[in-house]
Design a protein around this ligand. Structure first.
Ligand code: SF4
Ligand code: SF4
Length: 157
């Protein structure tokens, strides 16, 4: 059965079926970037360095089914594990819905356009380097500022 209309706002996360759960991911790839935490402030900084399993152009995991076995740090997002939501970007659809917030206009479920994530500047596709090519000591040099929420588009006009 296809996902029913606006399931993402009508159902809590723990009631989504497998198809609906996967459809909620906007595919931005931001959760697959390596991050650094400021030891003094606790602030999280994103780098442009991606997990080695991330396809940099398609912005998809190359081994999604076995990601937990292959990458110890992969965030396995599950509704029964609420602590993981704090580790996700504040634009992540799972985090937004866990916090009771609406999806942004650029989310494909809202826009109806699979390319709207990239058009809004929210996708990391084509903007990353694999962790295989970056020494851990070089990570601070890879901190980026382009991972920011895009302005909301006007609707209804
Ligand atoms: S940050 Fe959230 S919405 Fe974006 S790819 Fe990761 S899980 Fe999907
Ligand atoms: S293993 Fe996890 S972090 Fe790495 S690309 Fe796949 S989903 Fe992203």
């Amino acid at each position: 059965m296809p996902p029913f209309r606006r399931f993402w706002q009508d159902k809590p996360l723990h009631e989504l079926d497998a198809e609906e759960w996967e459809a909620l991911c906007d595919g931005c790839g931001r959760c697959c970037l390596l991050k650094l935490e400021d030891a003094d402030t606790g602030e999280i900084h994103y780098t442009n360095v991606a997990c080695r399993l991330l396809d940099p152009d398609r912005c998809r995991c190359r081994d999604y089914a076995r990601r937990a076995e292959r990458i110890a740090d992969c965030l396995m997002i599950r509704p029964e594990d609420p602590d993981v939501f704090d580790q996700l970007p504040d634009t992540c659809a799972y985090r937004l819905r866990a916090e009771g917030k609406p999806l942004p206009d650029w989310h494909p479920l809202i826009s109806g356009d699979p390319d709207s994530v990239r058009a809004a500047g929210m996708s990391v596709a084509g903007r990353t380097v694999s962790e295989e090519w970056v020494h851990p000591e070089q990570l601070p040099e890879q901190i980026v500022t382009w991972v920011r929420p895009a302005p909301r588009r006007r609707t209804g006009t």
